[in-house]
Each structure stands twice: as C-alpha cells, then as structure tokens.
Design a protein around this ligand. Structure first.
Ligand SMILES: [Zn+2]
Ligand SMILES: [Zn+2]
Length: 160
C-alpha cells in the first residue's frame, strides 16, 4: 500500500513536471517576449553590424592601397639611409618615393632621381634611358596620366 502511494506520488510529480513543458505558461512566455525580440531582432542586427564592420576593416586596406598615387616615405635601412626602390623616381632631400613618371618633387620642387633597375646607376628621373646600360624605363604612359591630372594637355586645351 505505501509502495503504491509512493509510486503514485512519483507519477504525479512526473506529470507535474511534464505539464510545465507540454502546456506552456503563456503569461510567462509573453513576459519573456522582449527577450525573444531582443534575440530575434537585435541579435541578427548586431551580427550584421559586426560583419559589416569586419568587412569594412578587411576592405579598407585594399581601397587605401588603390588610391595611393602620391609620394610615399622611403623605408629606412639598418644603416639609417633611406632605401629607394630601383626604377621609381625619388627625392633624396625628402626621402620620398614617387610613382613612375613623376619628375619633380611635390614638396621641395627638386628634380627627382631614379636608380637604374639593371645597373643601379642613379640619374635624373626626367631621363628615361640609362646612360650606362641603355635600359629604357617605360614611363611615358604613366607620365601622361600624371600630367593630365595636374593640368589639361596643350592639345586638350586647344580643342576646348
Ligand atoms: Zn623633395
Ligand atoms: Zn643602367
């Protein structure tokens, strides 16, 4: 008799616990609604915002590299001397490396120098052929592009 009572009590307890899950307490659920809205709306919003920020951070260096057209500061070697990459015009005074085709320094107005990629001989950036080895730096197309940005070409001005 007492065993049956105990079993029946256990069964009632199991039913009570089950009913908590089977029959939802709507009042409690409505009370939790702000949390569900938070998880369902704000959660994805935060996720997308984070993804957007991450995407922007990843994309940013690419765009900044894409638009770097002006001079950049030359790297400094271990001996303290600036390193100028061969074939690119540079200003020794300002330690600036310019894009191919530039002949004058924007900062000091000096004529730029260029190191021959073949024989490492330095010369004026305005000269496209190396006097030592005869290597020609193909800078003409870039030079036109750079100049057309600064001012209109004589031909273009005449046409307009
Ligand atoms: Zn300069
Ligand atoms: Zn050379």
């Amino acid at each position: 008799m007492s065993i049956t009572d105990a079993l029946s009590q256990v069964w009632d307890t199991i039913l009570d616990i089950t009913s908590l899950f089977v029959l939802p307490d709507w009042g409690a659920l409505i009370g939790l609604l702000p949390i569900f809205i938070l998880l369902g709306v704000v959660g994805p919003l935060v996720t997308f915002t984070m993804l957007g920020i991450m995407g922007y951070q990843i994309a940013k260096p690419r765009t900044s590299v894409k638009f770097v057209e002006g001079p950049r500061v030359a790297a400094i070697a271990a001996d303290g001397q600036p390193v100028f990459p061969p074939g690119l015009p540079f200003c020794r005074r300002d330690s600036l490396v310019y894009t191919s085709g530039t002949t004058r320094c924007d900062t000091c107005g000096d004529e730029l120098a260029v190191t021959c990629p073949m024989c490492q001989l330095g010369r004026s950036a305005g000269i496209d052929t190396c006097s030592n080895c005869g290597l020609v730096l193909k800078v003409k197309s870039r030079a036109v592009a750079v100049r057309s940005k600064v001012g209109p070409k004589p031909g273009g001005a005449a046409a307009a």
